[in-house]
Design a protein around this ligand. Structure first.
Ligand code: PLP
Length: 456
């Protein structure tokens, strides 16, 4: 059911992404949230998140029964999840850690959906006893649920299918390929019949789930996958002669525009595409569940990092910054698939201008490929300047990589009032050296020397 998000204050007029970042940077530098002791940090536009949630709710406003869940992996930070819960969302989780932080954030179990291809018996038991919805990833997992499910479990139970509609532009982000590891591959010989049988045998199985893909999948491809899923629901209900399938979980995967300020495609574009491809999905016979992640958070966050040094190598100018693969893992490892807009700011947070120069924007990690932008035309960067990696509110600073024992950075939420006043709230402190040592086995420091000393 849609809950009102009107209890959260409305947003003032908003400038461009670059202007907003400048406001926030000036404030962060003055207050010490960004500086020599904190050379990289993540920032989340709190009102922006709320507005994105509103746009999602509005786009599906005509659907009588819809639960919008947020894919926790896209921004696995409890304050972010709590903001989303307060905005009327549920939560999609795919690990015990995500389930834990979703519960800590305050999501009611009935608004949580558990998807994972590797759920253990213990994880299933916990989800079923809490009343969390579970989408089984395979027929084998359904057989486990047969054994574990108490008759009075409040969990809504579904089955994930892979409509095998094909691949988007980023292979690793396409979940509906012929050989994807997710869901029951519907077009494989005998699979469809086996799925219908699985529903016939299990009166408690009431949901179909498909998540067709993420960044790089055209809307038409996603819609084609959902159309296949809808057709299957119709077939199952017709075969069983009853409205057994009462809800369809259409997943997430709305792509994000990483090239400019514009939000494109919008949730409204997506709903229009879906309506054209699957008109019956919206007529109220099925409750809907969505699982958007990136499209809710990406454009509502950025990374800011200090330039520590600049150098020239082989005719190329290189800015060595504190933002590299530890916070922009996908962009560094797959630069062509995940390009980011980079902003150049002075030490006080003012936008830099001046002639553009092709520069590599590199990170602190000790491998040669740790570059977030190659030969990017930017105003000439100098020591003490700040670079901003735009559109990184999802899957970037919230999903750090522990390479080189680099700490995960602090994250701050911000609001900017109409007259430019900035407020920052700490969402997550930077990881300390003590925490890095603890996570690196400090308490087990003697484990291996002792083992050798006592083994022979
Ligand atoms: C990752 C994931 C999502 C969210 O995808 P986005 O591209 O971030 O919207 C939704 N559902 C499932 C099952 C996922 O694995």
């Amino acid at each position: 059911m849609i809950q009102s998000s009107s209890t959260l204050a409305p947003a003032p007029a908003r400038g461009t992404t670059a202007e907003r970042a400048a406001h926030v940077l000036r404030h962060a530098v003055r207050g010490g949230a960004l500086g020599p002791g904190e050379p990289v940090a993540g920032f989340i536009d709190t009102a922006g998140v709320r507005d994105s949630v509103s746009a999602l709710h509005e786009a599906f406003g005509d659907v009588p029964d819809v639960l919008h869940t947020f894919a926790a992996k896209a921004a696995s930070l409890i304050p972010v999840l709590r903001l989303l819960a307060a905005s009327g969302m549920g939560c999609e989780v795919a690990s015990p850690g995500e389930l834990r932080i979703a519960l800590d954030a305050g999501f009611a179990p009935g608004t949580i959906v558990f998807d994972s291809p590797a759920k253990t018996r213990e994880e299933l038991r916990q989800a079923l006893s809490l009343g969390v919805a579970v989408n089984a990833d395979s027929l084998d997992e359904l057989r486990r649920i047969d054994e574990l499910r108490a008759p009075d479990s409040a969990s809504v139970l579904g089955l994930r299918v892979n409509p095998q509609v094909g691949t988007g532009s980023i292979g690793a982000m396409s979940t509906a390929t012929a050989t994807s590891k997710f869901g029951v591959a519907l077009r494989d010989p005998g699979a469809r019949e086996a799925v219908v049988r699985a529903f016939a045998e299990r009166p408690w199985l009431t949901r179909l789930h498909a998540h067709v893909g993420s960044q790089g999948c055209p809307l038409e491809l996603i819609a084609a996958g959902i159309a296949e899923t809808y057709e299957l629901a119709e077939e199952i209900n017709a075969t069983l002669g009853t409205r057994r399938i009462t809800s369809i979980d259409i997943g997430g995967g709305l792509p994000v525009n990483f090239a400019g300020d514009e939000v494109a495609p919008t949730y409204a574009d997506y709903v229009a595409t879906l309506r054209a491809a699957v008109p019956g999905l919206f007529d109220g016979r099925y409750a809907l569940v969505t699982e958007f992640g990136r499209s809710l958070l990406a454009k509502n966050g950025f990374i800011a990092a200090l330039v520590e040094y600049t150098k020239d190598a082989g005719g190329r100018r290189i800015a060595i910054t504190h933002a590299g693969a530890q916070v922009a893992t996908r962009t560094v490892l797959m630069p062509d698939a995940w390009p980011l807009r980079i902003g150049a700011y002075g030490p006080a947070g003012d936008p830099k201008d001046g002639p553009r120069l092709a520069q590599d924007v590199a990170g602190p990690c000790c491998f040669a490929g740790d570059v977030v932008a190659h030969a990017r035309e930017l105003p000439e960067l100098a020591e003490g300047d700040i670079v901003v990696l735009h559109d990184t509110g999802a899957y970037y600073f919230s999903t750090p990589w522990a390479y080189n024992s680099l700490p995960y950075p602090a994250v701050h939420g911000f609001t900017v009032t109409a007259d430019g006043e900035v407020r920052l709230s700490e969402v997550r402190p930077a990881q300390t050296l003590d925490e890095i040592a603890a996570a690196s086995g400090l308490a087990q420091a003697d484990a291996l020397t002792d083992q050798l000393a006592t083994a022979f």
